[in-house]
Design a protein around this ligand. Structure first.
Ligand code: SAM
Length: 252
């Protein structure tokens, strides 16, 4: 009898948020719809909220993770292309960049020449085995169905020695800092979003953001899942107490 390899258990990034949807299928529909409907506002709101530093920060994080000129890179959850835009400046004309996202609305805003865009999800990447030397995923972790499946996919598409960068916002340590961020994200951000956005759903999206940050599994479970997926040199670098950068390498 041939043995079927055991799949790791499903690892959800957070418990179901039933104020927004009923079940996992409903969550996927909700996430897809909210990104599709608010895509045209995403860059403007991001720019106002990050005071214009969001792009600069993404570029710095890519450099810290070891992205180099000429890389064959995959950006998962490319969205409107904020990580990809900075990555192109680093990989240069000798590099190659593919973006994957389930939201046609978000990918419709990318507009970066030479970038290959593929509809797909982190949990089932439309890319060949060992076809990339760098994989990035910016602020999509909280929207996945299964981190274990996604990390196994990142491992599969990377060549030995290839590097991974996952960016995510995480709850700060300490009650006062959490309360401060919660007030900012739950009250101030949706109000600003309502003022600068053209789509009525935009402030709803940013409110949902906080709820996923608050409900998200702790960083130690993310790093443990990366190790379980076969990654080495798994590290978490934190900026300003809330910007987490998960670095990992597929062993050579
Ligand atoms: C907050 S946006 C981040 C976009 C971009 N990476 C950035 O840094 O601004 C999250 C993106 O993840 C995408 N997404 C949602 N579920 C996903 C999944 N299962 N796999 C890959 N991307 C997903 C959404 O469609 C959305 O474009």
């Amino acid at each position: 009898m041939t043995e079927t390899p055991e799949l790791p258990p499903v690892l959800r990034p957070h418990v179901p948020l039933t104020a927004y949807y009923d079940d996992e299928a409903g969550r996927q529909r909700f996430v897809r719809r909210i990104f599709d409907e608010t895509a045209a506002d995403y860059d403007r709101v991001e720019n106002v909220l990050a005071f214009g530093t969001g792009r600069w920060y993404r570029g710095q994080a890519l450099q810290r993770a070891g992205l180099r000129p000429g890389a064959r890179m995959l950006d998962v959850g490319i969205g409107t292309g904020l990580v990809a835009r900075e990555a192109l400046k680093i990989i240069g004309s000798a590099g190659r960049l593919t973006g994957v996202d389930p939201s046609p609305g978000m990918m419709g805003e990318v507009g970066l020449p030479g970038v290959e865009l593929l509809a797909g999800r982190a949990e089932a990447l439309p890319c060949a085995d060992a076809s990339r030397d760098f994989v990035s995923m910016g602020y999509a972790l909280r929207h996945l169905s299964d981190l274990a499946a996604a990390f196994a996919e990142f491992h599969r598409v990377l060549e030995p020695g290839g590097r991974l960068l996952v960016l995510e916002i995480t709850r700060p340590q300490g009650r006062a800092a959490t309360l401060l961020l919660k007030t900012y994200m739950r009250a101030i951000v949706p109000t600003i979003a309502r003022l600068v956005a053209r789509r009525s759903q935009t402030s709803h999206l940013w409110r949902y953001y906080w709820d996923t940050i608050e409900a998200c599994i702790p960083p130690e479970r993310v790093t443990a899942a990366l190790v379980a997926a076969g990654f080495a040199q798994v590290e978490r670098h934190v900026e300003l107490g809330i910007f987490s950068e998960y670095h990992a390498v597929k062993p050579a």
